[in-house]
Design a protein around this ligand. Sequence first.
Ligand code: ISE
Length: 333
Amino acid sequence: MPVRVGVLGVGVMGTEHVQLLSRVVAGSEVSAVFDVDQRRAVAVAGGCGARLFDDPMVLVKHDDVDAVLIASSDETHEEFVLACLAAGKPVLCEKPLAPDVDGCVRIVQAESDLGRRLVSVGFMRRFDPGYAEVKLALDDGSIGRALMLHCIHRNAVWAGQSSAASISGSAVHEIDIARWLLGEELVSVTVHRPRASERAGGLQDPMLLVFCSASGVLVDVEVFLNAEYGYDVRCELVGELGTVSLDGPSPTVHRASGQTARAVPADWRPRFDVAFRRELQAWVDGIGTAPHGQFASAWDGYVAAEVAAGSIRALETGQPNRIELRETPALYR
Ligand code: ISE
């Protein structure tokens, strides 16, 4: 029997997930779809043979839904994840787990009270083959102890609401991947504000976030969301014996007319295509058994939100900020 997935929200990411779950991932089908935009929901449900729901809470509880994928707008995430926990159903929630730290804490509390792990957060970079190799080079000792991590996060265009939103929506991926790669927490942050691009509509773009990890590794992150030329994510981990870095922005090199060229993807979907496939396959494979250890848990979702909130404070005050985390509940230790 395939795992029957109900999808809440079929905008850009939800539609992408529906296509992968119904056509690419082995052992899954999309059985139910909800979206606030009925026309969009009808089109997506029709394309994959799913049943259409006009109430997300009815979808979550329905017997034809074994697991739920949340790709709706950020402000709905907490309510939907809590409903999945109440129904005892595995849930994969796109980042952010909740729009603010308190919402994440409520989810962590609800899952802890339940006493079993059902929540995974869609930090898909953990399933990217390039990042996996960076992690392996650190874990197998070949580059020695980590000293510095240099990260770049560029979007082609971004019409965001605020400079803070570029931290909570984009830099948050760097926060999660830095914790995952280094296997330790980020304990302080400073945010530098260079001259802003005139194309950034008054937002602070670019910005440079500098974190320090618990053991003293320095992590610098350039976030530049109106970089114009394409979607470009880079990462180099510097160790005592060598360095390891992502080779990007795309895997293929063209040589013609006396030039060497690599295409730059337009956005994160082609860049992380393999990661999304592997993430969804791992999630489907883990349903009914234990969640795959590579997934960000609800606790990781909380920590990412807490570090992002600390970074936003550092952006606003211009001062270094210490990041204090709550005590890790037993379920996540
Ligand atoms: C977008 O919302 C994402 O989640 C992408 O992964 C990220 O790289 C991009 O900057 C965000 O705007």
